[in-house]
Design a protein around this ligand. Structure first.
Ligand SMILES: [Fe+2]
Ligand SMILES: [Fe+2]
Length: 284
């Protein structure tokens, strides 16, 4: 059973005057990735084929992720009534496929899979918190907070299963760290960049990883504040088996924040160059 429904959100309070146009492309891209949760559930069902408890939890989890996609998609249609959510998602689904019948986790073990899932939920939990705090539009504030709460519950769900699996599978600290850091690094792979392309660009314009990563990250990274990174670092430390609060977590959070600011500025510059080039082309 879903614990909230799309109709529960205060859609009638939508205020177009409070929409920051730069937030819309990021919301549209996020809607694609969230809506694709069903494929991940199929993949998780294959990897955990003999674990009915986990399979049931994964199916329920996917229902919530798909709802995140539909809610973000609905908000984006209010912000940009010309946008066609369904056809954007159809393009995304056609072009971004994961191996839903994998017999084993691409992370090398079930614990590894669960660590990667914890990293994804850490990322989404902080992202939607940051998004809710970055916008002044009341519906997106409510939606961001609602989704962030779900993502935190998802983190706890995968973390609890991780603890169960770590009792049977012996993963060293370094193995855990490598998987966690590897999954965080994948944020800048194709999943989000291609979602940005399908959700925001003319289908006639071919997909370009660098351009689309700048388009997404140049906007999305701007939502974060240090407190969001600090909280994420605590969740990451907990996942790999370190003390989530303390001097080490604090130092790591400060380093991650500096790295994020540096990358954000780099992507913003690239985005500004793209927009200037586009302006020149339109003027010609
Ligand atoms: Fe989600
Ligand atoms: Fe989630």
């Amino acid at each position: 059973m879903k614990h909230w429904r799309l109709e529960d959100l205060p859609w009638d309070q939508f205020d177009p005057a409070k929409v920051d146009p730069d937030i819309i492309p990021a919301v549209k891209a996020a809607a694609m990735v969230e809506r694709n949760g069903g494929d991940y559930a199929r993949y998780l069902n294959s990897v955990f084929h003999d674990d009915p408890d986990f399979r049931q939890a994964a199916d329920h989890w996917a229902v919530e992720e798909i709802q995140h996609g539909d809610a973000l998609g609905r908000w984006a249609c209010l912000a940009d009534p010309e946008w066609d959510y369904q056809s954007a998602f159809a393009r995304y689904r056609e072009g971004f496929k994961i191996d839903v019948e994998a017999s084993a986790s691409i992370r090398g073990s079930r614990s590894g899979e669960l660590i990667a899932r914890c990293m994804v939920e850490t990322g989404t939990s902080s992202y939607y918190t940051a998004l809710a705090e970055a916008t002044e539009e009341p519906v997106l504030q409510a939606l961001g907070r609602q989704i962030a709460a779900d993502e935190y519950r998802h983190f706890k769900l995968f973390y609890d299963h991780l603890r169960r699996y770590l009792k049977r599978e012996d993963l060293s600290f370094l193995q855990r760290l490598r998987i966690a850091a590897g999954r965080v690094g994948e944020t800048e792979d194709d999943e989000l960049a291609f979602a940005y392309h399908c959700a925001n660009e003319d289908p006639a314009l071919g997909y370009d990883h660098a351009r689309c990563t700048a388009g997404y990250m140049g906007r999305a990274m701007g939502f974060y504040r240090f407190r969001h990174i600090e909280r994420s670092m605590g969740m990451m430390f907990k996942t790999v088996g370190l003390v989530p609060r303390g001097r080490m977590a604090d130092l790591a959070a400060r380093a991650a924040w500096r790295l994020l600011c540096w990358r954000r500025d780099k992507y913003r510059d690239a985005l500004a160059r793209q927009q200037a080039e586009l302006g020149l082309k339109l003027a010609a």
